[in-house]
Design a binder for this molecule. Structure first.
Ligand code: ADP
Length: 465
């Protein structure tokens, strides 16, 4: 997988190359423009010099027109030809010795009445020259051409120097860009490598390390998110370990009890009919306890494993009817302790609930109220509508719950009085199940002690529209 992915280096390399190519193009273009501009300037100068020569001839100031500009412009070469291209004079060479110039591009152009210009090696002077020729008129007829020229060497030297400096500048720029890129790469990749390492450690279940706070905001956010995730995972892992330990502990006691009674029976107690029945009843009770724990664990795991939408079969339900149905379910256990269940509610308060799950939550709470109340007490159920919420409450006249236990009461296997809970067949999971069911309905469950006696559990659910 790794070799298919491109390293950040590649991206940096591409960016650097793009920058370099862009800079080179800019340099090349700028030098080219500068060259054109320079040649154009020189052409203008040459043309104005040619006009000066033209005027000098016209005003007959001189007999040696080619030498007119000798003193003011020593590097300037002036050549005058007739219509046939025969050189009449030249400031640098002997005209008689010179070949016919009619074919020189600038001169042939000028003899046609236009301004002509060209750059080439001068055969006469053996150096690269810029030429410019204009037609020379007499009585409105072309009688020849005046050509001015300067050596190009100086321009080319200048451009070469300019280009050289450009290249140096480019190299410096490229070095700076490379350094910046390497720096950015380090700044990004080093933390990224650390983060990858850290994630690998998490995968192995090692959450001991925390990532530092990085300078770059995006990476710091990634590091922060990863640290948060590690904390969560660590917490979950601890919860899971606690849970497994708790489950094992809860299961161990009944299993050990069953084993010891069965052994006692096998050791001879089975022959005493009174012992036989007593011990078998104990075994049966422990077995029921195991079954209850396993049932509750299965319920919890079902509530947790599937996505909420798959578990919940929501239906518009009359809250009052729900209370009646739940109370009905607990009726026999209440009667066994001569406990009265009062229900006070107005019909027509509707909630969106999964009927069977919400009944299970209510039954758990009513059963607790029955379990932890003494005989002949009363349990009150009610439905109220407050602030767009529907409150289902179960109030009892039992021992209530010491304040310090309230914050952890809904945790799995948390019990206020362990031995009492076990004695009356509690699994320690009832309230955890209630909390879960209420949560997946988008509600909360709370508990408070009554002012006089007992406690009150309240399930708060959003009102259905
Ligand atoms: P259990 O199976 O032990 O009843 P629960 O999760 O249903 O487990 O309840 C957790 C603990 O909360 C109980 O062990 C008990 O100490 C306390 N409790 C629950 N309901 C009541 C109540 N109505 N009155 C007093 N204590 C209660």
């Amino acid at each position: 997988m790794n070799d298919k992915k491109q390293s950040l280096w590649l991206h940096y390399g591409i960016s650097a190359s793009i920058v370099l190519v862009t800079l080179l193009s800019v340099a090349w273009y700028a030098t080219d423009r500068f060259h054109d501009f320079f040649i154009h300037q020189q052409q203008e100068t040459l043309e104005s010099r040619a006009i000066t020569v033209d005027q000098a001839i016209k005003t007959r100031k001189t007999n040696n027109a080619c030498h007119v500009l000798r003193t003011s412009d020593p590097s300037l070469r002036v050549t005058i030809v007739d219509t046939l291209g025969v050189v009449l004079c030249d400031s640098e060479a002997d005209a008689i010795m010179m070949e016919n110039h009619a074919e020189r591009p600038e001169i042939s152009q000028a003899l046609k009445g236009q301004r002509g210009s060209s750059t080439r090696m001068s055969e006469t002077l053996q150096t690269s020259m810029l030429y410019l020729a204009i037609p020379y008129f007499k009585d409105e007829k072309i009688v020849g051409a005046i050509r001015t020229a300067i050596p190009l060497l100086s321009i080319e030297n200048l451009l070469d120097e300019l280009y050289r400096q450009f290249v140096i500048l480019l190299m410096v720029l490229f070095a700076i860009i490379s350094m910046v890129i390497i720096n950015i790469y380090r700044k990004i990749n080093q933390p990224l490598d650390e983060i990858v390492e850290e994630a690998r450690r998490y995968a192995k279940g090692d959450f001991s390390n925390a990532l530092p706070d990085y300078d770059i905001r995006e990476i710091a956010e990634l590091g922060g998110a990863l640290n948060q995730m590690a904390e969560q995972l660590d917490r979950l892992e601890n919860l899971r370990q606690d849970f497994v330990a708790n489950v094992s502990h809860e299961l161990k006691t009944p299993i050990a009890t069953i084993k010891s009674y069965v052994e006692t029976l096998l050791d001879g107690a089975q022959h005493d009919p009174a012992d036989l029945e007593r011990f078998l009843n104990i075994v049966l009770k422990q077995n029921d306890r195991l079954a209850a724990i396993v049932d509750d664990l299965l319920t919890l795991s079902r509530l947790e494993s599937a996505p909420v939408t798959q578990i919940l079969a929501l239906a518009e339900t009359d809250a009052c009817q729900l209370l009646h149905a739940s109370a009905e379910n607990c009726q026999s256990r209440a009667e066994a302790k001569n406990i009265t269940i009062n229900i006070s509610c107005n019909e027509n308060i509707f909630i969106q609930v999964d009927h069977s799950l919400m009944t299970q939550a209510l039954v758990n709470l009513i059963d607790n109220a029955i379990k932890y109340s003494n005989e002949n007490k009363t349990i009150s159920l009610s439905v109220e509508e407050i602030d767009k919420q529907v409150l289902l409450s179960i109030s009892d006249q039992g021992p209530g719950i010491p304040e310090q236990h309230i914050p952890r009461l809904f945790e799995r296997f948390y019990r206020v009085d362990k031995s009492r809970s076990r004695r009356i067949g509690g699994t320690g999971l009832g309230l955890a199940i209630v909390k879960h069911i209420v949560h997946i309905h988008g509600g909360q469950v709370e508990v408070s002690n009554n002012v006089t006696v007992g406690c009150r559990f309240v399930i708060k659910l959003p009102q259905s529209d």
